[in-house]
Ligand binder design. Structure first.
Ligand code: GLA
Length: 725
């Protein structure tokens, strides 16, 4: 009955477990969004409201005569085309709409054609039923005999009904990635425009949280989260006009300097915009993205990550066989599983000791490592460790044999001097060039052929494309599209050849924390800033869209190398245990007590690893709220196990009371036994070994003591493991 009413009205209702998206697609008209929100509130009422004449919003407004109709001057259009005769407008009408099933949902395709020009636009929506998530993207086809050009070609649009709408976006800089900025939406344009080109998450993330019920809440209220799955330049645009009932949210490739010329019979497919609705607050949206990401967008999202020691902050480029051997022996003794050799191991004519040369010359520096990488892999193996290695294969230095041989392999403006990256000598290889694609594939292939035992690669990328160009391109404005096509082709080839390799994406820290990149990677380095206190903030914001399994989170030395801050070993361990645990320091510099604590941490992390890496996140108390403390937890899908974290962030002794944090995500009808993990010499907290009902824990929570062993209050922290009885 309902279905037939929907069909009569040309409406397609895509359902996920808890949400519904209704698109109206009547022949001869344009696609409209009738509804997006919770499933319970949806079907019958929507049809009735629509039948009573309510006006739905444009699902993909294009630059046409109706742009003015939206509200005078509203710039919220997603597609703008220059026709072959120079005309600027489109006038699209739906030709057909169809739905088909895939294993976890449906795909709706609405094909529209211009009434005069041979331009076709296919809007696609794909539902992920179990994860309550949609992806939308667009395919634009030139059916004519001459080129047309795309002046704007966004991936998707969401009209957001006005009310008390707040938007959170995430941005920062090197060492301070992903700070959250929240503000109510007001008249005008709010634009996150990223033109870095390659390290695109360092300055701003391609994600936004849209809270519909006032200031964002972690565990209540209606929220839409959206992520553009693209590694290059992008726009997230919010447009609000006083005379219109809706805010407009649009996202896609940044069209600035990127006009795309579409040849006859050519099709341009935009990246996907993923979005999810939850009425369980920001954390509800995060859980949906985490589940979707682990299953569909992350390499090996179902495999536990190993606990690794990375050599960078321990020895920087001062690598040598005896030093690495000792580090590996210590790491093995502490219970580690994987050792990663960072920068400094390579170079022929130019030795990689300062970081301003040798990128591209991926031959081992025999003076430092006489037995090469195979010697180290074998040594690691004898100690029961897997081995991994750092490379930066998309880059070169002017001081390198590669650059001397192939000066034309780099991105640069056609007739102007390039801007050099790190060390004043770094340039980006031109991924549009098939020879470069082969070379980059060969870097990984060469290492793997030489040593099939390699388990892990840290793939770094320390530069921005900015205004560079490529002499190979007919149109410089195609650089983004062609560069990323080359990247995708090469990474696909690497993944096909080495499907089991673990690959971390690092880009001067968290510059590639993006769902546009992670399909080929297993995790990302959150930030070069390894200060545990700052990591509490950065990992909190990263967790809005990325699950703990993706977040490389390492215990580092004090005073911290980036901030100089001194925090307790216990605090550093606890923070690192809330992500993918690792270590980034010289183990030999630790005292026996610290070593004992790390040893215990590794034992305990192995126990909680499935809950942390595959569990559902519930953020409880934001560090942004008052800067005093932060708390979050992960619960297993069956709700039989949970890990609770509590970090004190200030040392203000006038605040002697820290109210209990009500927990979340537990089963109210089950009882949970509390076990405190890695408490060092601190006395067990009063709740150790006690059993509490899920209901009590979620309504009241436990008041955490904030004084630790030595009577100090600074950097007190707790990790509680809750197991259902
Ligand atoms: C970048 C990375 C670091 C480290 C260095 C090595 O800065 O973000 O983690 O790998 O390069 O040069």
């Amino acid at each position: 009955m309902l279905t037939s009413l929907f069909l009569l009205l040309g409406m397609f209702s895509l359902n996920t477990a808890r949400t519904t998206l209704v698109i109206e697609a009547e022949q001869g008209k344009e696609p409209l969004i009738v509804y997006y929100g919770s499933r319970e509130a949806a079907p019958a009422d929507i049809a009735t409201v629509r039948a009573s004449g309510a006006k739905p919003q444009r699902a993909y407004p294009v630059y046409d005569m109706r742009v003015g109709e939206l509200a005078i001057g509203n710039p919220a259009y997603a597609l703008a085309v220059t026709q072959s005769d120079g005309a600027f407008t489109l006038d699209l009408a739906i030709e057909n709409a169809s739905v088909r099933r895939w294993e976890n949902g449906e795909i709706l395709e609405v094909v529209s054609r211009d009434k005069y020009y041979p331009v076709t636009v296919k809007n696609c929506w794909k539902s992920y039923e179990k994860e309550d998530l949609f992806e939308t993207w667009v395919e634009i086809t030139n059916g004519g005999k001459k080129d047309i050009s795309l002046r704007r070609y966004y991936s998707g649009v969401l009209p957001i009904h006005k009310g008390n709408v707040h938007v959170s976006t995430f941005g920062g800089s090197w060492g301070d990635e992903a700070r959250m900025v929240t503000a109510p939406l007001d008249n005008g344009i709010r634009l996150v425009r990223n033109i870095d080109g390659i390290r695109n998450a360092q300055s701003s993330h391609s994600e936004a949280m849209i809270s519909l019920d006032g200031a964002p809440q972690e565990n209540s209220g209606r929220v839409i989260g959206a992520a553009l799955c693209w590694g290059g330049n992008y726009d997230l645009m919010f447009s609000t006009m006083a005379k219109h009932n809706y805010h407009w949210f649009l996202a896609g490739i940044c069209p600035d300097n990127a006009e795309y010329h579409l040849e006859p019979r050519g099709t341009f497919t935009t990246p996907a915009l993923a979005y999810s609705f939850s009425n369980e607050g920001l954390s509800g949206v995060s859980r949906n993205f985490h589940r979707w990401g682990r299953k569909y967008r992350l390499a090996h999202g179902d495999k536990e990550r190993k606990i690794l020691l990375n050599s960078w902050e321990g020895v920087y480029t001062r690598v040598s066989e005896p030093v690495l051997d000792k580090m590996m022996a210590d790491w093995s003794e502490l219970g580690g599983e994987l050792f990663v050799l960072d920068d400094g191991w390579f170079g022929g004519k130019y030795k990689r000791t300062p970081t301003d040369c040798a990128l591209g010359d991926w031959v081992v520096d025999k003076e430092k490592l006489p037995h090469g990488i195979p010697g180290l892999v074998q040594s690691a193996g004898r100690k029961g460790l897997k081995f991994g290695i750092w490379i930066e294969p998309e880059m070169t230095n002017t001081k390198s044999e590669l650059f001397e041989k192939h000066p034309d392999w780099v991105l640069r403006p056609l007739h102007h001097a390039p801007i050099y990256g790190r060390g004043g000598t770094q340039l980006i290889l031109d991924f549009t060039n098939p020879e470069v694609q082969d070379f980059i594939f060969g870097v990984v292939d060469g290492l793997m052929k030489q040593d099939p035992g390699l388990d892990y690669i840290k793939w770094d990328c320390n530069a921005s494309i900015g205004a560079a160009g490529s002499p190979r391109l007919k149109y410089q404005s195609h650089l983004q599209a062609e560069f990323w096509a080359g990247f995708k082709k090469t990474l696909d080839r690497i993944r096909a050849a080495y499907p089991d390799l673990t690959i971390q994406t690092c880009s001067s820290g968290g510059g590639r924390a993006s769902w546009g990149i992670l399909p080929w990677f297993d995790e990302f380095w959150v930030s070069d800033n390894s200060d545990a206190c700052q990591r509490v903030y950065m990992q909190w914001t990263a967790s809005y869209f990325y699950p703990a399994i993706t977040m490389a989170s390492h215990i580092s030395a004090v005073p911290n190398h980036q901030t100089g801050r001194v925090t307790s070993m216990k605090f550093r361990i606890h923070v690192a245990m809330s992500g993918r645990l690792g270590m980034e320091m010289q183990p030999k510099d630790m005292n026996p007590e610290e070593k004992e604590l790390v040893r215990e941490a590794l034992v305990q992390y192995k126990r909680i690893r499935p809950v942390v890496q595959f569990g559902d996140i519930y953020r409880l108390h934001s560090p942004y709220e008052d800067g005093k403390f932060s708390s979050l937890m992960y619960c297993s899908e069956q709700k039989d196990k949970a890990v609770f974290y509590w970090f004190r962030l200030d040392n203000d002794r006038t605040h002697h009371i820290f109210p209990a944090v009500p927990m979340a995500g537990l089963d109210p009808n089950r009882n949970y036994k509390v076990e405190e993990l890695v408490r060092g010499s601190s006395k067990p907290c009063a709740f150790e070994g006690k059993v509490f009902s899920g209901k009590f824990l979620m309504e009241h929570g436990l008041e955490m003591p904030y004084v630790h062993a030595e009577g100090k209050t600074e950097w007190s922290s707790h990790v509680l493991y809750l197991q259902a009885q």
